[in-house]
Ligand binder design. Sequence first.
Ligand code: GLU
Length: 485
Amino acid sequence: MSVRVRIAPSPTGDPHVGTAYIALFNYVFAKKHGGQFILRIEDTDRARSTADSEAAILRALRWVGVTWDEGPDVGGPCGPYRQSERSEIYKTEADKLLASGAAYRCFCTAERLEEMRAAAKGKSFVGYDGHCRGIDRAESDRRAAAGEAFVVRLAMPKTGETVFADRLRGEVRFDNTQIDDQILLKSDGFPTYHLANVVDDHLMGITHVIRAEEWLSSTPKHVELYKVFGWQAPEWIHMPLLRNADKSKISKRKNPVSLDYYRAAGFLPEALLNYLGTMGWSISGDREKFTVPEMIEAFTFDRMSLGGPVFDLVKLSAMNADYLRALDDDSVVKRMREWRLGDEYLKQLVPLVRQRMQRMDEFLPLTEFFFSGDLDYAAVAKDLVPKNRTAKDVAECLLGFVEALDVQRDFSHAGLEAATRAYAEKIAWDPKELFMVVRMAATARKATPPLFETLAVLGRDLARRRLRLCAEFMKRQSRPASQTA
Ligand code: GLU
């Protein structure tokens, strides 16, 4: 049987570095075994999924250098590869489970579920109480036909354990009393992640599910679904999560997580891939530098360790330095052009500064901050704090603003201006005051080209990174001297 593996990102935000990490191990495993690597878009969350995010994920993964054999853009024999285009399939499969009694319709209203949760407060398990589980088939059909709203739930066994093997963990056991009667189809007829994921993995012939550890607790539900469908389950391999330096799960508060940041900050994709390959895995002894073909050659899950791998920007930068040094001069020039020194980027900068240039030799001093990474705020520390505000206020203001920008997909000049004005209103700051703080946080200067054009050209990822760093800087400023010493 040929190996078929997949990644299944949900297009609900920025392309995540964790997606590239999981993609790399799937890709390497597929290539090692002469199999296929599939990319499937899991956009069952209709409210949060966007075409823009999907495009960004595909673009970022291509930049990193993992390529898929089948996917929404390249097609393949098991398409469509976007779950929103497969609704009929999930409905048909859910009907089979209703017919066999492995699933049931639940007619509970939002109010009843609310009461149930309130009554269960303080108990160790707050799952569905099975209120509709006993409704007989004829009655359930009649109510559905009469137009009553319902969801479809999995009838999980209520006794015993669900046991499965995980390649990295051995036998994993879950007590069935702790597993909810998972909703499979929502009242709008759309599937939940669990149903769509299992149905697709089966129909797409997935042999090994290599995914992040955070999905381990969903696996007993998936194991049960394979059982009641009568399908052969894939092999389970739950990869250790990437961690921040303090060992917490990697998060944008403590580490840039968007792949677009790494691209904008001038990392080489091959260095990033190499670094991701060392996360929890070793090629041999303490060797850290290797190419993807070398990784494929040597790959085995036996050399995976489960202690949470720390994703460390300093280490990644050191690895990037190694890769840069290994390039010849011509190649470095070529890579820098692809980064920010090409016509495309320069053409965005020229209109911002040409009115202020008397001679061309002023171009670089005027635009220097578009080419640098993290900035030093010491020189503008005093100016960063508006009159009658404190450093702490500025830190909080900036963090709140970054959160607003996290969900701001429209990064055009006009979109940014609207978002910034809205935020000023929300926190009751004078817009001018806010504009000045944001300007200095994004550039470490008091005078720059117009703010929103500047942010737009800087891009989402560098802009957000700098605002966060500036907030951290302001937090340190606000601590009494005894604490900073
Ligand atoms: N859609 C899930 C995600 O966003 C897929 C998890 C899985 O691989 O099963 O990561």
